[in-house]
Design a protein around this ligand. Structure first.
Ligand SMILES: Cc1cc2nc3c(=O)[nH]c(=O)nc-3n(C[C@H](O)[C@H](O)[C@H](O)COP(=O)(O)OP(=O)(O)OC[C@H]3O[C@@H](n4cnc5c(N)ncnc54)[C@H](O)[C@@H]3O)c2cc1C
Length: 588
C-alpha cells in the first residue's frame, strides 16, 4: 500500500485487519491474540453494571414505559446525577472514567431491561457533550462543554434533516456575522435523540467560505432565541425515548462555539473528528442494544423449547429447532466478538486501527440481532407475537419478544440504513484500494490459493478448515475487486452499480466476522475454555453458505430488466393491476 492513506479511515502508522482484508490479504497475525478484558477493568465494569441493574429494577417498569410512551418523571435527571451520561469523563466533572468496553457493557445491561433507557445512556456517551469532550481542544468551547457535563446537563446531536440524512450537503446554514463574531443558524433537524430534553445541542450546518461550502459543527444552547424544540417523533418501538425535531430561526451562535476541525481531503458524511467519534459511538448506540436483545432472545428460546412439547416430544429434541437455536447462539457470540474486537484494543493501547471494523459493526450487529429476534419470534410462534401484557393476563410467561422486536428494527435505520451503509463502505473504503491499482495487483491477479500462516491457532480440525477457507476467500475477494476495477476503469461507472458494491461489502463483512469468531474461539481455547469452538463452527458454516450466495449474485450475468420494471411502475400508466383492491389511497 502506498504511504498516502487511500481513504479517511486509513492510518499508515497503524495496521488494520479489515483494511488488509479489503485488499485481499488475510492477516491472522493481527487477530490471533484476540483481546480479553483485563480483570481489573472487568471488575470496575461489573460494579457499574450491578449498580445500574439495581436502579433499573427499582425505578423502571419497562412494559409500562412502552405502554405509556414515557420514562418516569425525573428519571433522566437521576441518571445524569449518577453520572450515567458521562461514563468516560474524568472524575473532576463527575464522570466514572470508564473504558470504552465498560461503557458498552453498561449500555448492554440497560438495553436488556429497557431499550429507551439504554438509548439515553448511549446517545449521551456516544454523541453528547461528554463524548465531544474527548475531541474538542482546549478553549472556550471545551470550557462550555466541561461546565455543561459537570452540571449534569442533557445534550443532543442534530445532524439529520427533513430532506434526508443521506445527503452530503446540509440544508441548515451558518452565516458569518462579522460584526458580532458569531454565526446565524437557520434550518431544521429531525429524528434527534434527546432533542426534547437537551439543553445543549451540536448542530451540523453548511458554511460558505470563499465561494466554497463545507459542513461544520456548532454547539447551541436550546434556550437561545430562535430555537424551537418540536413535539416528539413517535416510532414503531423505543417508546419513551425522547426523540424529536428542532428548528433554528436566525439563531445567533458565538463563533467560538463552532467546533474547528482540520479539513479532510476525503469525503465524509459529517465532519472528520465527529465521524471518528460517531464510528465508535455506534458500538454503544447500535451494537450494545443489538447484543442485549440477542442475549435475551437465546434465553427466551431456551426456556420455550424446554417447556413446550409437540406430539409428546420436547421441542428441544426436534432437529430443526436445534438448528435454529444453534444459529442464534452462534450469532449472539458473533455480535459480542465483533464488539470486543472493536473496543478492547483501544482500551488496551494496542497499535491497531479499529476504524474500519467500527464502521462495519453497525450492520454486523444490527443485522445479526434482527436475524436472532426474528427467528425467536417464529420459534415462540403466537406467544412470540403476543404482547407481554396479554400473556400476563392469561398467566403465560410474559416474555416481551414483541416489544424488543419493535425496538430492534430501529437499529437497522438510525445512524444510516443498512443497505446504504454497505453501499458507502464499498464506495469510500473498499474501492479506494483498487483506484489506482494496488502495488500487489499482480499477486492478486494470479488468483492462486494463499499459503496461510496460522501460527498459534488453537482450533478444532473443523475450525482450522474454516480458517484456511477464509484465508483463501479473502485473497479471492481482493482478486474479485481487482477484476471489477479492471473491467471498469472509470470508478464512477462501477459506483453506479450499487448492487455490486453492496454485495462486495456483504462478502467482506461475512469474512470479517468468520475470522474474528475463529480468533476468539482460538484465544479462549488457549486458556482452556473450548466453548467457543462449536459456536465459531456453526457461525462459519452458515456464513460460508451466505458467502456462496453473495458470490453467485455478484457473478450473475443475466440480470432482470430492473430499470424497465421501475420505469413502468413509476410512470403510473402500467402495472396498476398490482394495486387493485388495495386501499392505497392513490387510485386514479
Ligand atoms: C430512532 C432514531 C434515532 C435517531 N437519532 C438521531 C440523532 O440523534 N441525530 C440525528 O441527527 N439523526 C438521528 N436519526 C436519524 C437517522 O440517522 C436517519 O433516519 C438515517 O440516517 C436515515 O436517514 P433518513 O431517514 O433521512 O433517510 P434518507 O437519507 O432520506 O434515505 C431514504 C432512503 O434512501 C436510501 N438511500 C439514500 N442514499 C441512497 C443512495 N445513494 N443509493 C440508494 N439508496 C439510497 C436510504 O437507504 C433510505 O432507504 C435517528 C433516527 C431514528 C429512527
Amino acid at each position: 500500500m502506498s504511504k498516502k492513506p487511500r481513504n479517511f479511515s486509513s492510518d499508515p502508522s497503524r495496521p488494520s485487519f479489515l483494511e488488509e482484508l479489503y485488499q485481499g490479504r488475510f492477516r491472522w497475525d493481527l487477530i490471533r491474540d484476540f483481546p480479553v478484558q483485563d480483570a481489573q477493568d472487568r471488575a470496575e465494569g461489573d460494579r457499574l453494571v450491578e449498580q445500574l441493574n439495581v436502579l433499573l429494577r427499582e425505578r423502571i417498569d419497562p412494559t409500562a414505559v412502552d405502554r405509556d410512551r414515557q420514562l418516569p418523571e425525573g428519571f433522566l435527571a437521576e441518571l445524569a446525577t449518577r453520572g450515567y451520561f458521562r461514563l468516560q469523563a474524568d472524575r473532576a466533572v463527575g464522570g466514572h472514567e470508564l473504558s470504552h468496553y465498560n461503557t458498552f457493557r453498561v449500555v448492554v445491561a440497560a438495553a436488556s431491561w429497557s431499550t429507551p433507557v439504554a438509548l439515553s445512556i448511549a446517545i449521551e456517551n456516544a454523541l453528547g457533550a461528554s463524548a465531544f469532550l474527548s475531541v474538542v481542544p482546549e478553549g472556550p468551547l471545551r470550557e462550555l462543554l466541561r461546565a455543561h457535563v459537570a452540571r449534569g446537563g442533557l445534550s443532543a446531536s442534530a445532524d439529520s434533516e427533513p430532506q434526508g440524512a443521506a445527503n452530503q450537503r446540509r440544508a441548515t446554514t451558518a452565516t458569518r456575522v462579522e460584526t458580532a463574531e458569531a454565526y446565524l443558524l437557520n434550518g431544521q433537524k429531525v429524528f434527534v435523540g434527546h432533542a426534547p430534553v437537551a439543553e445543549l445541542v451540536s448542530v451540523s450546518a453548511t458554511i460558505r467560505d470563499n465561494g466554497q461550502e463545507r459542513v461544520q459543527m456548532f454547539f447551541v444552547r436550546t434556550d437561545s432565541p430562535g430555537v424551537t424544540a418540536g413535539q416528539w417523533h413517535e416510532y414503531m418501538g423505543i417508546k419513551g425515548f425522547p426523540n424529536g425535531w428542532l428548528n433554528f430561526d436566525n439563531v445567533l451562535v458565538p463563533a467560538d462555539q463552532m467546533f474547528v476541525e482540520r479539513a479532510s481531503e476525503h469525503q465524509v458524511r459529517v465532519t472528520p473528528e465527529t465521524a471518528k467519534m460517531v464510528a465508535r459511538g455506534r458500538l454503544h448506540l447500535i451494537a450494545a442494544p443489538s447484543l442485549a436483545i440477542a442475549k435475551l432472545c437465546v434465553q427466551w428460546a431456551r426456556d420455550f423449547v424446554l417447556r413446550r412439547e409437540v406430539d409428546g416430544r420436547k421441542l428441544a429434541d426436534y432437529q430443526e429447532i436445534q438448528q435454529q437455536l444453534a444459529e442464534s447462539l452462534a450469532q449472539t457470540f458473533a455480535i459480542e466478538t465483533m464488539s470486543q474486537w472493536c473496543l478492547l484494543p483501544d482500551d488496551q493501547g494496542r497499535q491497531i486501527n479499529q476504524r474500519f471494523e467500527q464502521n462495519a459493526s453497525k450492520n454486523v450487529s444490527s443485522l445479526l440481532c434482527w436475524d436472532v429476534v426474528d427467528r425467536t419470534m417464529s420459534l415462540l410462534a403466537a406467544e412470540g407475537y403476543e404482547t407481554a401484557h396479554s400473556k400476563q393476563q392469561r398467566g403465560a410467561p410474559p416474555v416481551p419478544v414483541e416489544r424488543f422486536m419493535r425496538d430492534a428494527r430501529n437499529l437497522r435505520i438510525s445512524g444510516g440504513v443498512d443497505f446504504q451503509i454497505d453501499n458507502w463502505i464499498a464506495r469510500m473504503s473498499i474501492l479506494s484500494y483498487y483506484y489506482p491499482e494496488p502495488d500487489h495487483a499482480d499477486e492478486l491477479a494470479k488468483n492462486e490459493p494463499v499459503r496461510g500462516d496460522f501460527d498459534g491457532a488453537v482450533l478444532t480440525d473443523r475450525n482450522l478448515g474454516h480458517l484456511r477457507w477464509v484465508a483463501d476467500e479473502v485473497h479471492r475477494f481482493g482478486a474479485t475487486c481487482l477484476e471489477l476495477a479492471r473491467r471498469n476503469p472509470d470508478r464512477a461507472s462501477l459506483q453506479e452499480n450499487e448492487r455490486t458494491l453492496i454485495l462486495l461489502t456483504g462478502i467482506a463483512r461475512e469474512l470479517l466476522v468468520m475470522s474474528l469468531t475463529l480468533a476468539r474461539a482460538s484465544k479462549m481455547a488457549s486458556t482452556g475454555d473450548h466453548s467457543g469452538q462449536e459456536l465459531a463452527d456453526v457461525y462459519c458454516v452458515s456464513a460460508g453458505h451466505r458467502i456462496a450466495d453473495l458470490r453467485r449474485r455478484l457473478s450473475a450475468n443475466a440480470p432482470a430488466n430492473v430499470p424497465s420494471l421501475n420505469a413502468a411502475w413509476l410512470s403510473g400508466t402500467t402495472l396498476d393491476h398490482l394495486t387493485y383492491d388495495a386501499a392505497t389511497g392513490s387510485r386514479r
